[in-house]
Design a protein around this ligand. Structure first.
Ligand SMILES: [Zn+2]
Length: 415
């Protein structure tokens, strides 16, 4: 690396370590910020010489990044931003901290994909899904898809691994020249990870016609856009690879959603030459991801933490949660987004019949939504009150960002 980049990298590591020592989180944002101030090209310098995978999408990217890093680990050391600092400051910090590694797997905020593609020149980019998120500041889904598409057109040699079940992703991943010939694009590997949330992809981004769905198929009624045949598919409790071989996948992470994330991880790792038979056992070693899915026993209750931050991820959380007493917690601080009106996009009916508790800064927004949705609930002031209000056994906790962190902090104090 040039001298300036070496200095920037070293200062970045020191700043991150100081921030950690001061108890101000993991320090990756401040470390990366300072490094990039000293050398604006630091991310590019740190990325040079590594084989890199980027993972982006509205939901599941932290978990998929973690699983992919585990799978690629078959080949050698992998640098990764495992705590969800998914903007260029976080990438810079993660690479500086890791030192020289042959591989890197980086989670990328969907708004920064173009910038990070430019800086890191990755070998492969994984596109998971696009749906509404943080209504007060995130881009409209169709605009996001357009940004992704434009970024990929500027990087025609990057390998793309994309979700065949999300029409917006398929459109973004399909280069314009290939669309007009109505031929399958050769550079894209398609996986099927399912799509529970359909309400951001009823209208074709290409021609504006309605999109129709039947079982797992979908197609535009006005143009060429339709579901491509996926090469990686979840089947029963395993994943089928492009050769047609089925691999049993035993995960500690719950739900069919995570089986889809595992299929994605195997598909991305395969782009580096990792055989699925070598990678599956490593996926089973992942127990929690930045505290998500973690299980903690407290006063005879087994508490499991699930993060849900927008309508699509709430549907996924309902899929992962057991039928058991459930605590919902909603805040609307800066990292959460300030607008909670998306709660009305979530159908909470799956919770009927369960004991439902609510808490958090915006518990009353939840209360109104649940009342309209005919779901009985009880308001509790603290997490400790919630634990005391349910019988011994499982307690599922579903919370958005800062609400999730509040509950983690309270659990850490006790355990
Ligand atoms: Zn169309």
């Amino acid at each position: 690396m040039p001298l300036r980049a070496k200095v920037a990298s070293s200062v970045s590591r020191t700043a991150a370590a100081l921030s950690r020592a001061a108890g101000r989180g993991d320090g990756s944002v401040i470390g990366g910020w300072i490094g990039l101030k000293i050398d604006p090209d630091l991310l590019a310098h740190l990325a040079a010489g590594r084989a890199i995978a980027l993972v982006s999408g509205t939901n599941g990217k932290t978990t998929t990044t973690r699983l992919t890093a585990a799978a690629v680990g078959v080949l050698g050391r992998v640098a990764t931003n495992s705590f969800g600092a998914n903007m260029p400051t976080g990438h810079t910090s993660a690479l500086a901290k890791a030192g020289v590694t042959p591989y890197a797997v980086l989670e990328v905020d969907e708004h920064y994909l173009a910038q990070v593609l430019e800086a890191t020149e990755p070998h492969v980019v994984a596109l998971l899904n696009l749906s509404r998120d943080q209504l007060d500041r995130a881009k409209e889904v169709a605009m996001m898809a357009q940004l992704w598409r434009a970024a990929l057109v500027r990087h025609p040699t990057v390998r793309v691994v994309a979700n065949a079940d999300d029409p917006m992703v398929v459109w973004a991943a399909t280069p314009p020249a290939i669309r007009s010939n109505q031929v399958e694009p050769p550079a894209v590997t398609w996986f099927s990870a399912g799509q529970r949330w359909h309400d951001d992809s009823w209208v074709c981004p290409e021609c504006g016609s309605p999109i129709e769905r039947m079982s797992d198929q979908w197609w535009c009624t006005g143009c060429w856009l339709r579901r491509p045949e996926p090469q990686w598919v979840v089947e029963d409790d395993g994943v089928v690879d492009p050769a047609g071989d089925w691999h049993k996948v035993v995960l500690q992470l719950p739900g069919r959603v995570n089986l889809g994330n595992a299929a994605t991880a195997l598909a991305v790792a395969a782009e580096f030459g990792v055989r699925p038979t070598d990678a599956v056992s490593r996926l089973g070693g992942v127990a929690s991801v930045a505290g998500r899915y973690a299980q903690v026993v407290r006063d005879g209750r087994t508490v499991r933490l699930l993060l849900a931050k927008n309508p699509a991820s709430w549907l996924e959380a309902f899929d992962m949660a057991d039928v058991a007493p459930t605590l919902l917690s909603i805040n609307a601080r800066d990292p959460d987004g300030l607008d909670t009106s998306w709660l009305f996009d979530v159908d909470f009916a799956p919770l009927r019949g369960r004991q439902v508790l609510i808490t958090g800064d915006r518990a009353y927004d939840l209360a109104v939504r649940l009342d309209v949705n005919d779901v009985p609930f009880q308001h509790v002031r603290t997490f400790a009150d919630a634990v005391a209000s349910v019988p011994p056994g499982r307690l599922e906790v579903i919370a958005n960002y800062t609400a999730f962190q509040d509950i983690r902090a309270e659990l850490d104090r006790v355990n």
